[in-house]
Design a binder for this molecule. Structure first.
Ligand code: GLA
Length: 395
């Protein structure tokens, strides 16, 4: 979707009909139901979820749409419109971590994780189609997991609540796909509602819907995909996570969430030099989430701008997960009139969000594209983020 176009995903009804047709072509009969789960951007609160902290994600209009029908022979038959055309056939009883590769490990992992919980689920035919860009840091894998979890919940009458579905999806990603992520992406994909950002407490999984009215305030939220692919399984993310846990241990707190802003200076003086910046990022970032929620609650979303840019500086200088492309996108966007900008998601590439007044949207987009061309970087892809609904049954 172009940032200059009116954002549209074609609607749930059209998506359900298209996936229903695709399902019949592949599996030979109609699905029992069709479910959708979105990708996300995180407004603020990065690398805080695995520190039991706070985040403020919102769901994107881009979704993974999945048609499903139960099978009685214990087989899981998976097909993706983005795949190589083949159906991946797996025996549910034989699912085990490491046994499945590629995109199929996410839906297969969810089925495995449900069975690990002792839930009575069997096989199914699945067909999916996704509009969430892959490798852009917009949680395409969480969308796939959460669509599968929601579909299985519906097919097998499990009646799991939102946080339970998110936990199942996260367990699939951690233990089956081997990616040591936190819970934010899955909570966002399941629990977001249209028109709001989700204030998430990652320790309790308490959520609050915080109205985020961009249009009413003459604002747009651009997503600038740097096209630099990140891979959370590559070790850097796990090393940061381990560093935070080591720091919490040295400070004698259960998690960095428990370190108060007032105690930060004293704590930094106690910590080894490699850990102090990580702690400074997490504590100041949790504080920025609180201030962002206050700004939105006060009906002043433009006040997010400065928090976004401060958050990016902290991720760049203290947490060190930005890269030349994300830094340049932030710099160029702000110079061209964005109220603020930051990388979103795990980092090491992926996407930047920029909060822009409507009148500056075109100039910001041009400036970032021009700066990338001048630096010899691949042209960024530009989307528009509109606060959208979480996982749901659409047919
Ligand atoms: C990735 C992970 C999330 C979270 C972010 C950083 O998106 O999947 O759990 O840790 O990075 O905030």
């Amino acid at each position: 979707m172009s940032a200059d176009a009116v954002p549209s995903t074609g609607g749930d009804e059209a998506a359900a009909a298209a996936v229903g047709r695709g399902f019949e072509e592949v599996h030979g009969r109609a699905p029992e139901g069709v479910w959708a789960a979105p990708g996300r951007v995180n407004l603020i609160g990065e690398h805080t979820d695995y520190n039991d902290g706070f985040a403020l994600p919102m769901a994107l209009p881009q979704t993974t749409v999945l048609g499903a029908r139960r099978r009685t022979d214990g087989l899981l038959r998976l097909h993706s419109a983005q795949g190589d055309g083949r159906v991946t056939e797996l025996r549910v009883a034989g699912l085990a971590p490491g046994a499945v590769t590629g995109w199929a490990r996410y839906p297969a992992g969810v089925v495995w994780a449900l069975r690990e919980r002792g839930l009575p689920v069997g096989g199914a035919d699945l067909h999916l189609d996704s509009s969430v860009p892959v490798g852009a840091g917009l949680s395409s894998s969480a969308a796939l997991e959460c669509a599968t979890a929601a579909a299985y919940d519906g097919l097998y009458g499990l009646r799991l609540d939102g946080p339970e579905l998110a936990r199942v999806a996260q367990h699939a990603e951690n233990a089956f796909a081997g990616v040591p992520c936190g819970i934010m992406d899955q909570m966002a994909s399941v629990c977001c509602v249209e028109g709001s950002a989700l204030r998430l407490d990652s320790r309790t999984l308490d959520v609050r819907q915080v109205p985020f009215d961009l249009t009413g305030h003459g604002l747009r939220l651009l997503v600038l995909d740097t096209r630099v692919q990140h891979d959370l399984a590559d070790g850097a993310y796990a090393a940061l996570r381990a560093g935070c846990e080591r720091a919490a241990g040295l400070l004698g707190v259960p998690a960095l969430r428990d370190l108060a802003t007032a105690d930060l200076c004293a704590a930094l003086a106690e910590l080894p030099r490699d850990l102090a910046p990580l702690v400074r990022h997490v504590v100041t970032e949790n504080d920025r989430v609180g201030r962002a929620v206050d700004a939105l609650t006060a009906g002043a979303p433009e006040a997010l701008g400065a928090l976004l840019t401060a958050g990016h500086a902290s991720l760049r200088d203290d947490y060190r997960v930005s890269c030349p492309e994300t830094d340049l996108a932030v710099e160029a966007a702000v110079a061209a009139g964005a109220l603020g900008a930051r990388m979103t998601g795990g980092g090491f590439g992926g996407s930047v969000i920029a909060l822009v007044p409507v009148d500056s949207a075109r100039a910001v987009r041009r400036a970032v594209t021009g700066a990338f061309a001048a630096a010899g970087f691949a042209a960024p892809a530009v989307l528009e983020a509109v606060p959208s609904a979480g996982a749901r049954r659409i047919a």
